[in-house]
Each structure stands twice: as structure tokens, then as C-alpha cells.
Design a binder for this molecule. Sequence first.
Ligand code: UDP
Ligand code: MG
Length: 311
Amino acid sequence: MQQPYLSIVVPVYNEETNLGPLMERLYPAVQGTGKSFEIIFTNDGSRDRSLEILRRMVRDYPGVKVLEFNGNFGQHMAILAAFEMSGGQIVITLDADLQNPPEEIPRLVAEIEKGHDVVGTSRRKRQDTLFRRLASRIVNITTNKMTGMHMKDYGCMLRAYHRDIIENINRCQETTTFIPALAQTFCSNPVEIEVAHAERAAGESKYSLYKLVRLNFDLMTGFSVVPLQLFALFGILTSLLSLAFALFLLVRRFIVGAEVEGVFTLFAILFFFIGIIILGIGIVGEYVGRIYQEVRKRPRFVVRKTYGFEE
Ligand code: UDP
Ligand code: MG
């Protein structure tokens, strides 16, 4: 079977109201490039009519394919599964909620054809709540610092990858991951362009505060051991400081006598260190938890059925 030139990958979780409008803009945009293409949707265990709509699309639009997951495995697993099934020389990911305008696709393709192996995007005038923008800001800065990578915007999922990058990503078997950062570790000539960003067309964001915090832990601990190292350094620093403090108290005892009033100051300091210890155990726990997940070697996702791949 001949492989298409472009593979468009879209994760879908409860997006019944968005799929129709998405297809109306995505299909002409991809056709407009004049290249052969496939559009792979992964239905990530939607509980609404998404799957039904997608199956109809497989019938009505040539080149549309659907992977049906057995349950909800998360946005990144949905994309990875589609990567494994994709055949395009250029693979482009995008969200189903129309926050990433499909009209930008030709620009991404052009950048890859110029010789870049990863095209990232940053959101011009991002249309999200202040809270989400602030959270992303912190993530972008800390991630860049900790991983030594340079990207303005890790959150924007409208991205293009060259086949070589996809092959490398497909070789990774980790269960918790963050695709833009993973791709960044394999690329040699990345570029980042600005794209427009829209408000979510309909429905609500699938990321609660809890899921966001989890995702950031994935990003932090999945790509570096810096949190562990920082923690060890901080431990050394605090013990040096408390040693100095103890010396000071000793000297003070000889000059002004025993200190009694300061008991509560000591308590405060003590609780501060207890907090640090708990945090440290938490960080170590994150890594241990991950090691546990990896050694179990469970399948990362389960595809129940595929539509449109057979021919
Ligand atoms: N998504 C998914 N599985 C999930 C959560 C999200 O496949 O468990 C998809 C969702 O359908 C959308 C994309 O991932 O196409 C981004 O999700 P969302 O728009 O909710 O994230 P946000 O834009 O708020 O970061
Ligand atoms: Mg969105």
C-alpha cells in the first residue's frame, strides 16, 4: 500500500459538537496542499456520540481513519497510538476543539520542507483563561531551565514532525510522556513559528486543575532528574545553615545565657524543615512510582478497533 505524504493526527475525547465544524475546515485545508494525505482520529474513550460521527466520516471522506481506544488513556497516548499507525513523511498533530486553526497547516508543511525536523508553534494572542496562561508560563520557563531545551510554548499541540522523529518517538515505550518535549530530545534542526489561537469552539476543556498538575509532573520528572539533584543540594544547604544556627545559639548561651523565649522560633524553623522533608519524599516517590510503572511493562493503550486502515 502506498504511504501518504501527510499524516494529520487528532486526539478526540468527547468532542461531538466540534467534529463537524473541524472537518469542514480541516479537510479543505489539507486538500489545498495538493499532497496525498491521511487524517487519523483517535477516539480516546469518548462517552458521547464522537465515535459515531467519526465512523461516518471514515465513510464519507477518503483518507480518514479512526482508532478506537478501549477507554480513556489520555491525549498523549491517543497521539502516540496514531503515530504508530501513521505513514506520512510529515506528521502533524492538532486538537479537535478548533483552538488550532487548520488553515495554518500549509505553513507547517512548508517549514518541514525547508529542512526543519520539528516545527513547534507558539500561540499568538492565546485565547484561554488568565489562570491557564499563567500556569503555562511557569511550565515553559521551568521546563526550559530544567531540560536545557528552548521552546516558547510547550502547550500548543499544533506541531509538525518529520518521519525520522516519529520513528524515534515510536521506539520509546514510556507510559507517561509529553510529546513536544519528547520530540525536542530527538530533533537536530527545530523551528518555532507563531500561529493564531482561538477559543475552544464548544464543550469544555478536558484538563482539570488536577490533570494539569499531573501533566506538569510528567513533564518535569519525565525529562530530567534535576528535581532530585536540586533537592539533594537543598538538603546540604539546609544542614549547613542549621549547623551555623546551632553554633550561634551555643555562643549566645555563653554571652547572654540560655534562650527560652525563642522556643517558638525554633518550632517555626522545625516545621519548615519538616515541610521540606515531606516534599523531598514526594519527589522521590514520583520517581519510584514511575519506575514501578515502567517495570510492569503494561500495554500503554488498548486499541479496540480501527476504521479506514484496511483497504
Ligand atoms: N483529549 C484526549 N484525551 C483526554 C483529554 C483530551 O484525547 O483525556 C483531546 C481533546 O479531545 C482535544 C485535545 O486532546 O482534542 C486537547 O484537549 P483540551 O482542548 O481539553 O485541552 P486544552 O486546550 O484545554 O489544553
Ligand atoms: Mg483545547
